[in-house]
Design a protein around this ligand. Structure first.
Ligand SMILES: C[S@@+](CC[C@H](N)C(=O)[O-])C[C@H]1O[C@@H](n2cnc3c(N)ncnc32)[C@H](O)[C@@H]1O
Length: 325
């Protein structure tokens, strides 16, 4: 591994089936109403609508983890740089939701304090925990309690005493200023609503110690996306439509105070996200309700946009920046 820098309970079986179907129908209805509301608009809706869509979709993904096709998850994470050894360590925590492997290149050292923005089920938290060791600390932050429940299970089953999971939106972090050595994140900044992206980067800068580093993986726009992708909610939740272009990303990092900013395209093939019937299995909860598709998030474009070559418009990037001493 290259270490250089840079270079819950309600879904239990006791809940009556009609009640479960009722809850699912409400979820599906919300999703399609929001989707319909967004179609025909020139831009996505308000920050809170986008955020709740992202929240609900990733929460459903967390709740349906056990029904996902493991070979698909393995294929996605391998495509983004996780080794077979990583994936052995991550058994049960790999949700196939990343677009890079930030821990592989963040040069995390023993004793450091690391924050993972949008930690999901905790895969990078687990890998970072091994790097910082007993003297260090890793904070995993996520706004979805369902995701944090998955992360908690993964952290507890591995008895990781140097990890703390925090329920929070990443544009306002409950972490003291100048207290963190390294910020990692995997495919999350693109999901933050447009008018919260700069605030999120400013928060990252605030919590870093002087000399601290920002070393994240994210999707970055390579050339302007067609409007129908830009406006598609499934593609937004799939980490594509909300991607910043490299110029804007650098500008936001510089405005927040970061120096030595670098954005490197890893060249990973993003078509690995595109589901085919063999690549991904719908959650059983949605299949049992007939033709209704799942609202669970997955990477990539909506099925209806699959004629576009995703790699033409966006790339998987490693983004590095420093808070100078
Ligand atoms: C694409 S998934 C990536 C999860 C994880 N980093 C991984 O690689 O497996 C995005 C995660 O970010 C979280 N998220 C998205 N926007 C967020 C926000 N504004 N604040 C906190 N968490 C957020 C979602 O709940 C979800 O768990």
């Amino acid at each position: 591994m290259d270490n250089s820098y840079p270079p819950d309970s309600v879904s239990g079986s006791r809940v009556y089936k009609p009640l479960r179907l009722g809850l699912l129908s409400v979820l599906f209805l919300n999703f399609f109403l929001l989707r319909k509301a967004l179609q025909g608009q020139n831009s996505m809706q308000t920050a809170s609508e986008i955020k709740s869509l992202v929240h609900n979709s990733y929460s459903e993904t967390a709740r349906s983890l056990s029904t996902l096709d493991r070979s698909y998850l393995h294929r996605v994470s391998t495509a983004f740089g996780y080794t077979e050894d990583d994936l052995k360590i991550l058994e049960g925590a790999n949700m196939g939701l990343g677009c890079g492997n930030p821990v592989a290149t963040a040069n995390i050292r023993a004793g450091e304090v690391v924050v993972d923005l949008g930690c999901g089920g905790g895969m990078d938290v687990i890998l970072a925990s091994g790097k910082v060791g007993s003297e260090g600390k890793v904070y995993g932050i996520d706004m979805s309690e369902d995701m944090l429940a998955v992360a908690k299970k993964n952290v507890q089953s591995r008895k990781l005493s140097n990890v703390e999971l925090v329920h929070s939106s990443i544009d306002s972090l409950p972490i003291p200023s100048n207290s963190v050595d390294c910020i990692i994140s995997n495919c999350v900044l693109n999901l933050v609503p447009a008018d919260e992206k700069l605030a999120t980067i400013r928060e990252a800068y605030r919590i870093l110690k002087p000399g601290g580093r920002f070393a994240i993986s994210d999707i970055v726009e390579k050339k302007p996306m067609p409007e129908e992708i830009k406006r598609d909610v499934v593609s937004y939740v799939g980490c594509v439509a909300g991607a910043l272009d490299a110029g804007t990303y650098k500008q936001y990092l510089a405005e927040a105070g970061f120096k030595d900013i670098m954005i490197l395209d890893t060249g990973a093939d993003l078509s690995v996200y595109q589901p085919t019937s063999e690549k991904i299995e719908e959650p059983k909860s949605s299949r049992c309700c007939g033709a209704k598709p799942s609202t669970a998030a997955r990477g990539g474009l909506d099925e209806s946009l699959k004629n576009y070559d995703i790699n033409e418009y966006v790339g998987s990037c490693q983004i590095y920046a420093l808070k100078l001493e």
